[in-house]
Ligand binder design. Sequence first.
Ligand SMILES: Cc1ncc(COP(=O)(O)OP(=O)(O)O)c(N)n1
Ligand SMILES: Cc1ncsc1CCOP(=O)(O)O
Ligand SMILES: [Mg+2]
Length: 546
Amino acid sequence: MASVQPPPALLAPHRPSTAAALRFPSPTVSPRVSPSPAARPRRLAVAARAMPWPHVLTVAGSDSGAGAGIQADIKACAALGAYCSSVITAVTAQNTVGVQGVHAVPEEFVGEQLRSVLSDMSVDVVKTGMLPSAGIVKVLCESLRKFPVKALVVDPVMVSTSGDTLSGPSTLTTYRDELFPMADIVTPNIKEASKLLGDVSLLTISDMRSAAESIYKLGPKNVLVKGGDMPDSTDAIDVFFDGKEFIELRGLRIKTRNTHGTGCTLASCIAAELAKGATMLRAVEAAKKFVESALYHSKDLVIGNGPQGPFDHLFSLKSPLYKMGSLHKFNPDDLFLYAVTDSGMNKKWGRSIEDAVKAAIEGGATIVQLREKDTETREFLEAAKACVEICRSSGVPLLINDRVDVALASNADGVHVGQSDMPAWEVRELLGPGKIIGVSCKTPAQAEQAWKDGADYIGCGGVFPTTTKANNPTLGFEGLRTVCLASKLPVVAIGGINAGNAGSVMELGLPNLKGVAVVSALFNQECVATETRSLRSILMNACCRS
Ligand SMILES: Cc1ncc(COP(=O)(O)OP(=O)(O)O)c(N)n1
Ligand SMILES: Cc1ncsc1CCOP(=O)(O)O
Ligand SMILES: [Mg+2]
């Protein structure tokens, strides 16, 4: 009787596998035989996991069209570096037109799937999607009590983005009474929030706040009411509530038909980020940014003929410009007080570049840029290397204006380029995902291109007239506002900004206007540190007021 020899690797004690070690028997189909006792593989000696792998378990329905459901969950988690196991609660026949049929999985079998995963694997976070019956909700709650996890993310899927009802009224009651009190966050959209609260009408941000507060009282630790389908809103605004404060999370409303699965994906991204150790608010912010990036990248892709197309969760594999590293490396708050040096002013005041940078940092500059248009390359590079050390010891990013070569050679933190300098996407190719790239933008189109090219921020100006940069049209507050409202990237204002008007710039209250960049108000002065300190306090006061 042929005995089936399991692959050697299965018998050997578990060790990091190499291709050589993983030799499997030839793929010919052997007659089904039960292995002799000698050949039966011993219990696997599985080594303790050397590398943690954040793990999300999705408990949701299958979407045959793969735009939503467990298919979206698995893709989203994979894109964010988390493992995703899945317990299927229903099988749906659906596509880009809508849901044509739903078969709920018997609750006993949902329970068996839950036991299989939770008894064997260490799950960090459970994320729920479509739970088609009260019985399934109860089975899930029982499993969570038996196999507790770090966090529970509940996406109360009741109405699909195509408008089809996915959960009945009895399920809502069990959601509210049993599942919500166990949840770390509940993420209803407007329709779902309305249903959960007895079909109340939700038309404004204020209504969303009230809804979030009412849903919070049902027991979850946090609530995120998603405003994506709020009528007539220009931005996609979600309201986050943690029981103490409301936070409005603004995102760009991407004009596209490819929105099927955005709800599932947002919740799965939150789960993945929580599994990776993020705080709840950071997880929600990262999830929102992921969905926005995915929608933007996918806006012109076409799958299916209906009104609700899927989007590409794995967009970052398709374009190096979307390397996730660059989405998280740069801290927009660094733009608060942006000191930009000037070779002419340094000469006028007899000051070295290094001295100018040290003084600006002493005064509280939060980011520094060497804008040395008239300095010879060799001198510029030596100064840049010295300033990299000065800034790094203070934790202040140092960028180089225009000169990518100097930035590379000095290992600066990034580069700022203008419309006539090297395009940002080329700079990104040269610097890689871990460096900061800023782009000068005067129009929404330029801001859009900077985002597409993978920049981290934009400089917008000149806001006021300036003699520091020749032939530089003045945008004024309206021009600055127009670009800020269009920009998907953080913005720093520049041009003629000084102690007299910096406060008014920040008091515009533009959400993504993160600070001001200043040249002469700091470096064409006798004492750089004093001027920087004064400007910093003006900015702090203005931000407290706005
Ligand atoms: C933050 C910031 N914004 C704009 C500029 C302008 O750069 P510059 O090289 O002086 O001019 P353009 O290349 O934008 O035309 C900057 N240096 N920093
Ligand atoms: C570099 C630059 N980009 C737009 S305006 C400007 C000059 C800003 O200098 P100042 O702060 O002295 O007006
Ligand atoms: Mg330039």
